[in-house]
Design a protein around this ligand. Sequence first.
Ligand code: SF4
Length: 691
Amino acid sequence: MQLYCNSLTQYSRLLTKEVKVGDILLGNMHPIRVQTMTTTDTMDTIATVEQTIRCIEAGAELVRITAPSKKEAENLLNIKNELKKRGYTTPLVADIHFTPNAAEIAARIIEKVRVNPGNYVDKKKFEFIEYTDADYKEEIERIRDRFTPLVKICKEYGTAMRIGTNHGSLSDRIMSRYGDTPMGMVESAMEFLRIARSESYHNIVLSMKSSNPQVMVQAYRLLIHQMMEEFKECYPLHLGVTEAGDGEDGRVKSAAGIGTLLEDGIGDTIRVSLTEDPELEIPVCKDLVKRYENSSKMLVESSKTESKSEERHYSSHTIHQTSYVPSISKIPYDPFVYKRRETFAVDNIGHEHVPVVIADLSKIENISEKDLQSIGYTYNTQIDKWSISDTAADYVFTGNQILPFALPGTLKVVVYGAEWKIAADEEKYFPIYQDSGYLQAETKSDHLNFVMIDCFNDETSINDFTHLDALANDPTVVLCLSSTNKNAMQSIRRMFMELSLRNIKNPVIIICDSYWQTADEHLIHYSTECGALLLDGFGNGICLGMNSAAYNSMADINASGRNYTSNQTTEQFINSTAFSILQATRTRISKTEYISCPSCGRTLFDLQETTAKIRAVTNHLKGVKIAIMGCIVNGPGEMADADFGYVGSGVGKITLYRGKEVVKRNVDSDIAVSELISLLKESEVWVEPSI
Ligand code: SF4
């Protein structure tokens, strides 16, 4: 075990206990199960059954249904019977908040119950209370009294349980002692787990969800560490990012959080929470999981057929199938705490600069002004001016091309060393070299040079990277780390560790190439591989690319209208994905952040429509976090660190929040969006949208 996983240098699945949910086995190396949750009113049996069937047909292996009170819990029997009548026996899960009575009913009817330790016994009052050790012990005994009956029912009926901690709904007791920290999340679940274990009940799955992937990843890692310390064994883990939102941002955020953990072999079941119809979550889950099929990380088929001499990013890489990455025993960073790797700055890269985005336009022949539109720069011929969007790339890689037009002020160009020599504008053009090629080059920029390092593409020993020492701390060098190893993320992470061990402080660009086919697959790939590194504080920039086969395949799929990017160029899709990854990992904020719940049977308004309405009027407010939550019962707790909240508080009624403070209660939903805008104005975060 390396801190929280089997290996930090090889994909290796973490062994967990086996849990039985109906006919499904979870954990203990069984396939990673995919699941979702209905959004219908649980009292509407037919609507819930039909939506459950749509989810099952899409591939859901478990379906969760909310049971806010006893009557919904009782209605689970009708739902289960109707599903059985229609030939479906997929295990159902009851989602419980605040109502132990409902949990005790549901546990007798369906295959699994989910309890939230933050509100199963405690009623949250957002109070800070000083607990003595004796007071705290007394509280735990109170939980034991209220929770043990459910444990006993689950044991008797063979029902499984998820102890599902949410960052946004920790109890006042946990908040008072630990704050809203990853450790607080872990302890919140451990209190319940210890009680269950003392009753010899082990059919348990755990989760540590947050809308912030940084917090979520740290909490899962700490939980594993804690379980191994305390029990010498680990319960299966259900992975998810809460309130991820919708569309591209929701997918990127989920993949960054869930994918980071899957990369380290962590996770036995996953749910991607999108503010979309629940069956649409399943293909995203499947894209995340299929990367690890057959218990080993695979490169996609297309890469296997790739010509070995094809030129890819910056150099003539070949596609390697090695999975060898040198092991390491001394880990030079703390995976439980986010800390950015220490670097110096070269131009606007590294030190305290936000990570840069390098757009790869090298596959476009004869790049024109119009092509820059895909990466955030629009040229207006009438006024002879560039307009620059908030998600405009910082650098563009053009391969062999010197651009035949005047560049926008903030954009710089990266070209091969040979071309750089003939570029007239040394302020705008910078060369890129292949590792030791830089050392041999006769001419170099005295300001900024990019140097590619292939990380463990073959069975190279770490001692073979002697040129690293020669490059080390050259104040003009930005390293660009890439890998075609099967364990690509682990290879690059290993190289980051090596840089730390050798005290090399040059800034680093993460180069991430995709070999997949559809837009969703690329999105998951980029978010997982870059997310896993950025969430550990690695990387001063990213450059996302595709090999030619993937690039051509994207163009074909787009032309057929089968990708959701069909109205975008591939470069536009990649550029916006890059900024979304930086936003999701909270390393560079370039747009408004929406924390919207996926909705469920408690939802009091059309969440998808409302989210779209709010997005349409606020998506120019860079850096503002707006939560859109379906109900007042869980919404305020779950909206975590949002700056503003729009929360359903009754039929046709909305309550508006600034942070955790209620500012407008029970506003008519017809005027709630304009009231939200007034609140943003009063709070001085509103700016008029540019036309
Ligand atoms: S916040 Fe949303 S998903 Fe959570 S319980 Fe309320 S309506 Fe359901």
